[in-house]
Design a protein around this ligand. Structure first.
Ligand code: KIV
Length: 272
């Protein structure tokens, strides 16, 4: 097979270069083939198979029940649906917290079985050694600081993090430690914009914000939120670029009405 015309995906080096060149990074979550192909065609730089999958696709109240098998299956679909974006997948709850051996083996499964290019994990200095070992094993790691939804019970809810000086300094130090450990980029979720700006200036790896202000090197949103599909809750940082929930309801109501009244299928959609 000729590889001459093959469009190659963005790599972690491309993403790191974007920060150096001052080009903003656009990241969105994706969970299935169809949406991944639309996002990829629309020039999204990074597709994240977030464990938000648990809430917006599988209907759980939190990300905690998501399994390795859920993540692998959906990562495979996103990889099949895309050819240009860097594909990063979330390590689900308890897939990396129990032991370093299982963490590396689980992270490796995403590269071996699903063709992901990198993994993301939540947490700071406590995972520095693990991030170092994964990176050394050839598994690129994206860090995730601030609001870390897998620790929702520890944090007492989904709340803005780093609001006082001590908490802000801890997040800043964790960011530096993760960079030092080898993380190639860092998600900052729900932190004050000044803190995110300071971290972005202090690091040479890109920061990708969600509820962290405009000074981050890139932004990420949950695609079902920004398209207005998921309507159970809408955090303050979500901008709805469409209201597909309403559009889908309208389309489905028309369909139901046409079926009930024999208006569908008409001649155009029938065979002679
Ligand atoms: O799970 C997810 O979708 C995420 C993003 C919100 C960063 O971690």
């Amino acid at each position: 097979m000729s590889t001459q015309n093959k469009i190659s995906r963005k790599t972690i080096l491309d993403i790191k270069k974007m920060k150096k060149q001052g080009e903003k990074i656009a990241m969105l979550t994706a969970y299935d083939f169809g949406m991944a192909s639309i996002l990829d065609d629309s020039d999204v730089d990074i597709l994240l198979i977030g464990d938000s999958l648990g809430m917006v696709v599988l209907g759980y109240d939190s990300t905690l029940p998501v399994t390795m098998e859920d993540m692998i299956r959906h990562t495979q679909a996103v990889v099949r649906g895309s050819s240009k974006a860097l594909v990063v997948t979330d390590m689900p709850f308890l897939s990396y917290q129990v032991s370093q051996e299982t963490a590396i083996a689980n992270a490796g499964r995403f590269l071996k079985e699903a063709d992901a290019q990198a993994v993301k994990l939540e947490g700071g200095r406590e995972y520095a050694d693990l991030v170092h070992k994964m990176t050394y094993a050839g598994i690129p790691v994206m860090g995730h600081l601030g609001l870390t939804p897998q620790s929702v019970h520890q944090m007492g809810g989904y709340k803005v993090q780093g609001k006082n000086d001590e908490a802000a300094e801890k997040i800043m130090q964790d960011a530096k430690i993760l960079e030092e450990a080898g993380a190639f980029s860092l998600v900052l979720e729900c932190v004050p914009e000044k803190l995110a700006a300071d971290i972005t200036a202090a690091l040479s790896i890109p920061t990708i914000g969600i509820g962290a202000g405009v000074q981050c090197d890139g932004q990420v949103l949950v695609v079902n939120d920004m398209l207005g599909i998921y309507d159970r809750m809408t955090p303050k940082f979500v901008k709805k670029y469409a209201n597909l929930n309403l559009e889908i309801r309208k389309a489905v109501k028309s369909y139901v009405q046409e079926v009930k009244t024999n208006a569908f299928p008409d001649e155009e959609h029938s065979f002679k």
